[in-house]
Design a protein. Structure first.
Length: 276
């Protein structure tokens, strides 16, 4: 566990540097712009169809509660508000997922370079894991995450079991994606496999810690009245927060994995000297 704490401490120190905050703003702005472009494009291409579906849904709601009672009007308002919230949350989730993929595939190279230059300036870069492999690896585990996340949603009816299961799924996802990306620039396939196997538990713990940190602002915003009223502001804050969280996650995994790689190479070198 000392190595996990060391990685988190190093990552926290690097998070305070201006260079890292540029990594946070770039994917955030790019994600928001891309999301708005997609929404605008979908509206231009399928706008009439979407309006027709929305109108049918509204007519159905009005047909269910067509009276003048106050509670029927209240139900109509609540359902309209829930539809608005669902659309906004969906936009935020898609933006956050894209920001995560953006950082994983494109930002981790900069993060690895920053960590290596700070703590491991003499580490050899083998480049054994290509960008194409990184993209495929990230997409594969993103699909895995989506399937298991959806399957585990019904578990929320059993008190906190759903949150526990989904927290474990997210932690596992962080472990698999960021471990690969953290070693992509410096490790060979054999070194990656050795570190992934030997440090499996600690790498999962690291993912669980970051998942817990990410859950805190989620509970605050989703569970507060302010988060609902100031939705546009909290949506932007949530995107920035999760992008910063993914950056911190990348830094933590890079610090841990590069330290593990440095230790592994030192151990192999020491064994070679003993044999000679």
């Amino acid at each position: 566990m000392k190595s996990v704490i060391q990685a988190l401490r190093r990552a926290l120190g690097l998070m305070l540097t201006p260079r890292v905050w540029l990594l946070i703003w770039k994917p955030t702005l790019f994600s928001v712009v891309l999301g708005l472009v997609l929404v605008f494009t979908v509206g231009m291409v399928w706008g009439d169809e979407i309006k027709a579906v929305a109108l049918d849904a509204r007519n159905w709601v009005d047909g269910q509660w067509s009276g003048d009672n106050w509670w029927e009007s209240l139900i109509t308002v609540v359902m309209g508000f829930m539809a608005f919230m669902l659309t906004a949350v969906l936009f935020v989730v898609l933006t956050v997922v894209w920001a995560m993929i953006f950082i994983s595939v494109f930002g981790m190279s900069h993060i690895n370079h920053l960590v290596a230059s700070k703590f491991f300036p003499n580490m050899q870069r083998t480049g054994g894991l290509s960008t194409a492999q990184s993209i495929w690896h990230t997409l594969k585990w993103t699909l895995w995450f989506a399937v298991f996340w959806l399957v585990s949603v019904p578990a929320y009816i059993l008190a906190g079991l759903g949150a526990l299961i989904q927290g474990g799924v997210i932690a596992r996802y962080n472990q698999k994606v960021f471990t690969f990306d953290a070693l992509a620039d410096h490790a060979t396939h054999e070194e990656f496999a050795a570190i992934a196997e030997q440090h499996n538990f600690n790498l999962f713990v690291l993912g669980a810690v970051v998942t817990f940190l990410g859950a805190l602002p989620t509970f605050v915003w989703v569970g507060s009245v302010i988060g609902a009223v100031l939705l546009p502001i909290t949506a932007i804050l949530s995107i920035l927060t999760f992008t910063a969280l993914f950056t911190f996650c990348g830094l933590a995994y890079s610090c841990y994995c590069l330290q593990a790689l440095d230790d592994l190479r030192a151990k192999v070198s020491g064994q070679s000297i003993e044999v000679v």
